[in-house]
Design a protein around this ligand. Structure first.
Ligand code: DX5
Ligand code: ZN
Length: 224
């Protein structure tokens, strides 16, 4: 069993063949499927909503890791749960009542995640630690794939790791993850890595398999 969870972001896939691309990364070794939901309001880009998640659900048994970059998030949590999300991540910056949003997600029977923009302090996690299953440390400003990794998040990952202690909470890094940056964040304590462009480059399943294996090997090499 690999210690590192690789979550390819389908944002970097060919959207005209979204189902095929999802099945291809599933076969190519993805652990989770990372689904980037954007509203053109919280972030300057628009992707897809719960209807697309629902249509993709029969394509794979892998964990659906839904990253909601939407504000407000609360009115849509139930729809994403019904559509087949396994993990629902909201942004701390987009939730006025973060504690309540996390309670709603767990009450829907789903795992609850909080994402932090690069400029957001990890201290916002302090009083919601016991309601959390996943912390997503953004290593780019959300909205687009293919951006450069922001190195300051490496220390942030280490601080989040220290705050979590022995609680069963995963730490995910999202943005600019590739075989060069993966070892840096894995060494700091991240165990779940989102990768969009670094997985989907090449455009075919054989390439995806190698890309996923390369990121995994680089990350695992850093934690021994
Ligand atoms: C950014 C998204 C990321 C994105 C990562 O807003 O949340 O999940 O797809 O893409 P890469 O790996 O290309 O930085
Ligand atoms: Zn994401």
């Amino acid at each position: 069993m690999s210690q590192i969870i690789i979550a390819p972001s389908v944002l970097a896939s060919d959207f005209s063949r979204l189902a095929d691309e999802t099945m291809a990364v599933d076969r190519a070794g993805a652990d989770w499927i990372h689904l980037d939901v954007m509203d053109g309001h919280f972030v300057p880009n628009i992707t897809f909503g719960p209807v697309v998640v629902e249509k993709l659900r029969p394509c794979t048994k892998k964990v659906f890791d839904c990253h909601l970059m939407i504000e407000p998030a609360d009115p849509f949590l139930e729809e994403f749960a019904k559509a087949g999300a396994d993990i629902i991540t909201v942004h701390a910056e987009a939730c006025k009542h973060l504690d309540r949003s996390l309670q709603v997600i767990r009450n829907l029977g789903k795992k609850a995640g909080v994402a932090l923009n690069p400029s957001t302090s990890e201290t916002v996690l302090e009083y919601v630690m016991d309601r959390l299953d996943l912390v997503v440390v953004m290593s780019v400003n959300p909205g687009f794939g293919g951006q450069a990794f922001i190195p300051a998040v490496i220390d942030k990952v280490a601080r989040v790791k220290a705050m979590i202690g022995d609680r069963p909470i995963d730490i995910q890094v999202d943005g600019g993850v590739d075989p060069k940056t993966a070892p840096l964040v894995a060494a700091a304590g991240a165990n779940s890595l989102v990768a969009g462009s670094a997985v989907f480059r090449g455009g075919n399943e054989e390439g995806y398999r190698k890309n996923i294996a390369d990121i995994r090997a680089a990350a695992e090499g850093a934690i021994g």
